[in-house]
Ligand binder design. Structure first.
Ligand SMILES: [Zn+2]
Length: 147
């Protein structure tokens, strides 16, 4: 692979993965297709990254993408945004676990670290004041939690 010229020190790289990949691709004068070919990431994934749909990369993908952009992988990792384990956001796995708890499962594994999950069902109220059941769980080892 040919040597790519170093980035100018005053280059504005942006502070999100989306902006950074876009800025680097433009700087290298690459189309998404070019970058897709050299990084072996599919063109629609590059689009997802540049539009902020994908906010973090697996280490293999990061390596390939960084190499294709002629930068160190840390430059991308720096601005990646992984879902925060302790946040309130409900992710797909959380919803799945929630369903299983409501179905009576009490002996579940943490999706992040496989340790025992402490599960319970709580009663709450929806916006109309109807009683609803809510699944709660927290991991006994890591910060994973369903509130
Ligand atoms: Zn855990």
């Amino acid at each position: 692979m040919k040597q790519l010229r170093p980035l100018p020190p005053d280059m504005n790289l942006g502070d999100t993965l989306a902006r950074r990949v876009f800025a680097l691709r433009e700087f290298r004068n690459l189309t998404r297709k070019d970058l897709s070919r050299s990084s072996r990431l599919k063109e629609n994934r590059i689009e997802d990254i540049e539009t902020g749909i994908e906010t973090w990369l697996s280490s293999t993908d990061r390596q390939m993408l960084a190499m294709a952009l002629g930068v160190g992988a840390y430059l991308l990792q720096d601005v990646e945004n992984r879902p925060d384990l302790g946040s309130n956001t409900m992710y797909q796995t959380d919803i799945e676990i929630g369903k299983r708890i409501l179905a009576g499962a009490l002996d579940l594994e943490c999706p992040k670290c496989a340790a025992h999950l402490n599960c319970r069902v709580e009663q709450g109220y929806d916006m109309e004041g109807n009683v609803i059941k809510m699944a709660k769980a927290f991991c006994t080892k890591c910060p994973f939690v369903i509130r």
